[in-house]
Design a protein around this ligand. Structure first.
Ligand code: ZN
Ligand code: CU
Length: 469
């Protein structure tokens, strides 16, 4: 035993995908004190736990770049919706909504505030207050934080659906500054929503400049993902340039059949900005249906609408809007009115655009799941196994190594996570062991809360958090 060194965990004989995009190589990994200390041909070690990964893939823990898990992490720190998919890091505060400042706004029952779910009476005046609560809750995944622009407006403005005066603008910047100082890595906007949409480009540039002082990024649910999607991409690029911040285009898509195919144009503009030296990224979820608040104009554009939640008519969740209209013998506007506040799944994207966006080398994967919905979009439980199983293995849209890069090293680069997203000595011991032959999402539109298959072991910071064999 003389030459053997002791560590906490050894993962043996797995096919190691290091996050770089290259194909996997058989080898071992040694973990101690929450860190990877050796990978590949590791030499002689003893460990208190040896995990046999023969026939399985080993990858860095997955990073979910777009979530609304802010309040769910407080309610259920074990975070099963994501850990069961191999996710070890979530990015919260998207689409303009975060738990602070002053959120979630129970008085504003409209998107994006509703994405976080019920506040259970909790109100966080400052971002630091939320960070305190999160630390106390002790989530079992890493949490990367964005502050929501709609919160900045709601906290600073008397009428957040209008334009800020100079005093309110200064207050917004002070709230943003506080959030960045309290650990946010940037701010997000929901420019399609009532509190985000009134903001002109200049307001966003001014805020981006505040984030830039802290090295922050700008994550955008763009103003228009339908007819105006190309102009919206251009506005995002402009804000990044003038604000001096990296840009992340959230859940990139082209909505409505009349806009299918426009991703050729949007991706060309993103490539041109990147070629010109701008830091620009995007994410997408691997489904052709979206999900957000229920509105009549959005319902009118979709091929099919599935209601996922209705506050006054909870019994209508998981029903098609057309069936509800038939039952109630009313038109779409009336049905939407009676169901509201409500959320829905909209079938409105083309598989071709989705393939093109998902396969793009700057595209990451963000689930965008709504953890508080009664009948959520299946992306909440199925996104990552679906990328690995359906898109990489079955449809061969990209190599498995490339799929893994999209959900590990690329988001680590985007969010500046120096010790995550790669398998190498010195990195955090966030690891996923899965079976590349069987990994499959099981959540469907009909049964959205089914746990995925093929994810064997998930290790977060050197602790085994999930096992299924
Ligand atoms: Zn969004
Ligand atoms: Cu979102």
């Amino acid at each position: 035993m003389g030459n053997e060194k002791a560590c906490d965990i050894i993962i043996k004989d797995g096919r190691i995908f290091d996050g770089s995009g290259s194909p996997g190589l058989i080898g071992d990994i040694a973990v101690t004190d929450g860190q990877l200390i050796a990978a590949g041909d590791i030499g002689a070690w003893t460990a208190r736990e040896i995990i046999d990964a023969t026939g399985l893939a080993v990858a860095p823990g997955f990073i979910d770049t777009h979530t609304h898990d802010d309040m769910a992490l407080l309610r259920q720190p074990a975070h099963p919706t994501k850990v069961t998919q191999g996710v070890t890091t979530v990015v919260i505060g998207n689409c303009g909504a975060s738990p602070a400042p002053l959120g979630p706004r129970d008085d504003l029952v409209e998107p994006p505030f509703t994405f976080l779910g019920r506040s259970d009476g909790r109100k966080f005046e400052t971002y630091a207050d939320y960070v305190d609560a999160l630390t106390k809750a002790g989530p079992e995944v890493h949490v990367i934080k964005l502050v929501g622009h709609s919160n900045l407006r709601a906290a600073a403005m008397i009428e957040p659906h209008g334009q800020p005066n100079d005093i309110e603008m200064a207050a917004m910047k002070a709230h943003l500054d506080e959030a960045m100082a309290s650990g946010c890595v940037g701010f997000s906007v929901g420019l399609a929503y009532p509190t985000g949409n009134p903001a002109p480009t200049a307001e966003l540039v001014e805020l981006a400049q505040v984030a830039a002082v802290h090295g922050g990024l700008y994550a955008t649910h763009m103003r228009d993902e339908a007819d105006g999607v190309v102009a919206s991409v251009e506005e995002s690029i402009e804000i990044g340039k003038r604000g001096g911040v990296p840009v992340l285009i959230s859940h990139h898509k082209c909505c409505g059949s009349e806009n299918w195919g426009r991703s050729v144009d949007t991706l060309a503009r993103i490539d041109a900005a990147a070629d010109a030296g701008q830091r620009i990224y995007m994410d997408a979820y691997p489904y052709t249906a979206s999900s957000t608040g229920l509105t009549a104009p959005m319902a009118a554009r979709a091929e099919r609408v599935l209601v996922t939640e209705s506050v006054p008519h909870a019994d209508q969740a998981n029903r098609d809007l057309t069936d509800i209209m038939a039952d109630w013998q009313c038109d779409m506007e009336t049905a939407v009115d009676r169901l509201s506040p409500a959320k829905a799944v909209y079938f409105q994207m083309s598989e071709e655009d989705l393939d093109r966006i998902l396969a793009h080398p700057r595209c990451m994967v963000g689930s965008d799941g709504m953890p508080s919905d009664d009948h959520p979009h299946p992306r909440l439980w199925g996104t990552f196994p679906r990328v690995l199983g359906h898109y990489a293995r079955d449809r061969k849209l990209f190599e498995l190594g490339q799929a893994i890069r999209k959900i590990t090293a690329l988001p680590a680069e985007c969010f500046g996570l120096a010790d995550r997203g790669h398998i190498a000595a010195g990195m955090a011991a966030d690891l996923v062991i899965f079976d590349p032959d069987t990994v499959t999402d099981r959540a469907t539109y009909e049964m959205p809360e089914r746990v995925s298959e093929g994810i064997a072991t998930v290790i977060v910071g050197g602790e085994v958090r999930y096992e299924r064999r």
